[in-house]
Design a protein around this ligand. Structure first.
Ligand SMILES: Cc1ncc(COP(=O)(O)O)c(C=O)c1O
Length: 407
């Protein structure tokens, strides 16, 4: 069969995306890295940019653990011992000691009975959320939730779905009131840290709101929180949005691919829930886990987060994030209040966003510009991400280059 007709349709679609400014374009290819030196943090080399060395302000490796010697060694040693790929899905012959050890450590870290690994946080959400949604369930979701939540809801068959205005507890309260007697169960799902702005869900208030209405629902109200940008980056000890907002998720999902610097995702919950998920979640049952080496690396990263070194890295991250926020304000850039290492520059304008990204690239700084409809109209921004691997000299360099930009 010829693909000619379909390829023409795909080409039209690509042109449409480009015209709408939605195309991601060519991916930059990292070809190498230079370690921290002379008071500056690591620099990255890109294909097509010769020997220019770039400061990376758009990495999720918030604690710099992706290049930590202990994490690298743990991965290398485990690859030596167990080989590279897992060779099978978990229930066939793909469960290795490092997977089980990591699950135990993650459960303990979050103060839960059990943990379960997936190949990414995205597949954790798509593998977990639908298992909680029956045809007698209302799903309630924050308007700014991550794409994995949107698609996880699409994979499920709820009685009804409601999207509440971003972080609007009153709106949530009204929805929970309105659905009494109409469904047996409510599944409330939210990001912990919202990845575009670095702001957080006030889990304590969400918990209180759910508690007010819970008795009216025969099967209760379950909160599922994806704190992929929070765990390891937020809260004094890195326990994320739960720690910072003094709230608790019934089911907590996070990634191993951001602050932990490795790859993969996980869920923590009561043992009964995890036992049920291991038997029912297709993204777990029918798909390979992360490699044993990745699991070992993530274990080593978790040990670091759990140590004095981790506390110091988290403190550094907080201090640097605050330093950048203050510096931005001094130079007349609009940002959002907060303590998370996602520090947005609110350009609120598409052309300005593109011009600023280009200006910084010219000056060897990598940043991410977010335009409508990735963010709502009027919320166009540059998303800066601070990492503990940055130095004060890096941030001063960034601020100096920002100051040269004609606003
Ligand atoms: C809230 C949230 N969930 C999930 C993900 C995806 O994480 P992973 O790369 O582990 O699939 C992201 C990453 O952008 C995220 O921000």
């Amino acid at each position: 069969m010829s693909l000619t007709k379909l390829e023409a349709l795909f080409a039209d679609k690509l042109t449409e995306l480009q015209q709408q400014g939605l195309s991601k374009g060519h991916e930059k290819i990292i070809t190498g890295m230079r370690s921290a030196a002379n008071g500056f943090g690591p620099r990255y080399f890109l294909e097509g940019f010769g020997n220019r060395a770039f400061l990376r302000m758009n990495s999720n490796s918030y604690l710099g653990l992706a290049t930590h010697p202990q994490v690298i060694k743990a991965e290398a040693d485990a690859a030596e011992k167990f080989g590279t790929g897992p060779g099978a899905v978990r229930f066939i012959s793909g469960t290795y000691q490092p997977h089980v050890e990591l699950e135990q450590k993650l459960a303990a870290f979050h103060g839960r009975e059990s943990a379960m690994l997936f190949s990414s946080a995205y597949t954790t959400m798509t593998g977990v959320l639908p298992q909680f949604i029956s045809d007698d369930t209302l799903v309630v979701s924050d308007a700014l939730n991550h794409n994995c939540i949107i698609n996880a809801i699409r994979l499920s068959h709820p009685a009804s779905k409601e999207i509440y205005a971003h972080a609007d507890i009153n709106a949530l309260d009204k929805i929970l009131e309105a659905y009494k007697g109409r469904v047996k169960r409510v599944c409330l799902v939210t990001d912990g840290i919202f990845s575009m702005r670095g702001n957080y869900a006030h889990l304590n208030k969400l918990n209180a709101c759910c508690k007010r209405h819970e008795d009216a629902y025969e099967e209760g109200i379950i909160t599922i929180v994806d704190d992929s940008h929070g765990v390891g980056a937020f809260g004094r000890t890195g326990r994320g949005t739960e720690e910072y907002s003094q709230g608790r998720a019934d089911v907590l999902i996070a990634t191993l691919g951001k602050a932990f610097g490795v790859n993969g995702g996980y869920v923590v919950a009561d043992s009964a829930v995890v036992a049920y998920l291991r038997e029912t979640s297709p993204f777990y049952i029918y798909s390979n886990p992360i490699t044993p080496a990745e699991a070992s690396a993530a274990s080593a990263a978790l040990d670091i987060v759990n140590s004095d070194e981790g506390l110091n890295l988290l403190e550094k991250l907080r201090v640097y994030s605050a330093y950048l926020r203050v510096g931005l304000k001094e130079f007349g850039f609009k940002t959002l209040q907060g303590e998370h290492p996602i520090v947005p520059i609110m350009t609120r304008n598409t052309e300005k966003t593109s011009a600023l990204v280009a200006h910084l690239l010219d000056n060897n700084i990598l940043v991410t510009g977010l335009n409508y409809p990735v963010v709502p109209q009027g919320d166009q921004e540059i998303r800066l991400q601070v990492s503990a691997e940055h130095t004060k000299k890096d941030l001063d360099y960034l601020l100096a280059k920002l100051a040269e930009f004609e606003q």
